[in-house]
Design a protein around this ligand. Structure first.
Ligand code: BES
Ligand code: MN
Ligand code: MN
Length: 456
């Protein structure tokens, strides 16, 4: 629409500068030393929502970081879109690998470099600016509710409670989320599913204290060696996960569905080159896209034990630890998989050590419908602004709260993300393309318009 275009063109620079200001706040949810920053960020989001034209804007306290809520109820007979996003970010370390400081955003080669630029500040803020566009041009075609949380990167535990307590307040027709990736700007796509997560921590304990590795080595099992062996045994020679029952609930795709998936544009050579690897790796019998989209996987996120400081210290460590996560697909259940992991890991422990297995946060996998009015509206909106039909994809990442939108609020979600997998989410030098930021702001009002029209 011409009025939107004009408004956005006139306010382009301010839209960008406002995002840069938001990126300067280190709202790292995992770190208590950043709690004041995280709280400040919530207040800032509140202020921006009010300025954009939302009503009843509030910072809702939780047992953890607050949730920012705001709404614009135009007319009870019109449909309501609940926009979800998160203002918290992952820790920025390793800091030495950033080419510019993570909380001092810079624009280089058309990209905004900062922690949270793509995940998710740059993406949820597109919604605030799209909303402002419609408010200031008197064109908002439906009701909008915003729920921007501060704990997505640490598992959204308190948001689950918030949903339970605020079912009436959050009444809507659909949830709209921009916190996922597209294939590329040339190949726009819409994620139609997210994987679930089961996150475990293990400790392998041997002798009751660190020992001299010459005096005791060779006679007492080394927990680091045992842990390494135990972890290695969790995949077989075909890279299948060896935990008994692990695949029992996995929903297999039909040959036709897999054939459809195989049409997704994907360049293996570029993929390898981007990542600096000679070969890809993964479960035998599945393509790279399938391995990250429709298959469950297991990763060691961290492993430690013994001496890791400067120089050499000859020691046989008393214990070794690892953080191990599993990505889940429909119809696996996070709790079931956690239990299977725990039972298996305890069972494979040799008698020379004792193991302790604990579960961290988890989340359930989701598949979002591609035949709903909301999905069709998103499809048409992207077609309008990209001049190309978006391809449905299955995302490898997780947004645990999405499953609860369905189970607690009875709402389906549309995942209309504008990031790219190569944006460096959770990595050093995270960035978001300025082009994508503006494209998102341009596309969202069309979603609202089409959704309102198609809902009639
Ligand atoms: N935005 C991501 C999830 C994502 C990224 C989905 C790219 C699809 C494509 C989200 O912020 C995230 O990082 N989620 C975590 C899970 C959470 C419980 C820490 C994840 O996927 O590791
Ligand atoms: Mn995110
Ligand atoms: Mn994230």
């Amino acid at each position: 629409m011409q009025v939107w275009k004009e408004y956005q063109e006139q306010n382009k620079e301010r839209f960008l500068n406002e995002l840069l200001d938001l990126l300067r706040i280190p709202s790292v949810s995992a770190r208590t030393e950043n709690n004041a920053d995280t709280a400040k960020c919530a207040e800032e989001v509140k202020k921006r929502m009010i300025e954009a034209g939302a009503d009843n804007v509030e910072v809702c306290p939780t047992a953890g970081h607050p949730i920012v809520y705001g709404e614009k109820m135009m007319d009870a007979t019109k449909p309501t879109v609940l926009v979800y996003g998160h203002y918290d970010v992952q820790p920025a370390d390793p800091l030495e690998l950033w080419t510019s400081p993570p909380f001092e955003p810079v624009i280089k080669d058309g990209k905004i470099y900062a922690r949270g630029s793509a995940d998710d500040k740059g993406q949820f803020y597109m919604h605030v600016k799209a909303f402002e566009t419609m408010m200031k041009t008197n064109t908002l075609p439906c009701n909008v509710k915003f729920m921007i949380e501060g704990e997505e990167e640490v598992g959204s535990n308190n948001l689950g409670i918030f949903l339970e307590k605020n079912k009436a307040k959050l009444k809507a027709d659909v949830v709209l989320v921009s916190d996922t990736s597209m294939i590329s700007m040339e190949n726009p796509s819409l994620e139609a599913g997210l994987r679930g997560l089961a996150y475990m921590e293990v400790e392998v304990v041997g002798p009751n204290k660190d020992l001299h590795s010459g005096v005791y080595g060779g006679a007492v099992a080394n927990p680091a060696t045992i842990l390494a062996k135990m972890i290695a045994s969790l995949h077989d020679e075909n890279n299948h996960i060896t935990i008994p029952g692990f695949y029992d609930d996995v929903l297999e795709l039909t040959a036709a569905e897999r054939a459809e998936m195989a049409k997704t544009p994907f360049n293996l050579d570029e993929y390898k080159k981007d990542l600096g690897i000679n070969e890809v790796w993964g479960e035998k019998g599945f393509s790279t896209i399938e391995r990250t989209g429709i298959r469950p996987t297991m990763e060691v996120n961290g492993i430690w034990g013994g001496y890791t400081g400067e120089g050499a210290k000859t020691v046989l460590p008393s214990k070794a630890n690892a953080k191990i996560s599993m990505r889940l697909v429909p119809n696996q259940k996070s709790e079931t998989i956690s239990n299977l992991f725990k039972a298996h890991f305890e069972k494979i422990a040799p008698p020379y050590v004792t193991v302790k297995v604990t579960a961290h946060h988890g989340g359930e996998p989701v598949v979002t419908p591609t035949d709903s009015i909301a999905y069709k509206a998103a499809h048409k909106a992207i077609e309008t602004t990209f001049g190309k039909s978006p391809i449905p994809t299955r995302g490898g990442g997780s947004i645990p709260i999405v499953a609860l939108f369905e189970s607690v609020l009875g709402l389906k979600t549309v995942l209309m993300g504008f990031g790219l997998d190569s944006d460096g989410l959770h990595s050093p030098n995270e960035h978001y393309h300025v082009f994508n930021y503006y494209k998102g702001i341009e596309t969202i009002p069309y979603f609202m318009q089409y959704f309102a029209e198609m809902s009639k």
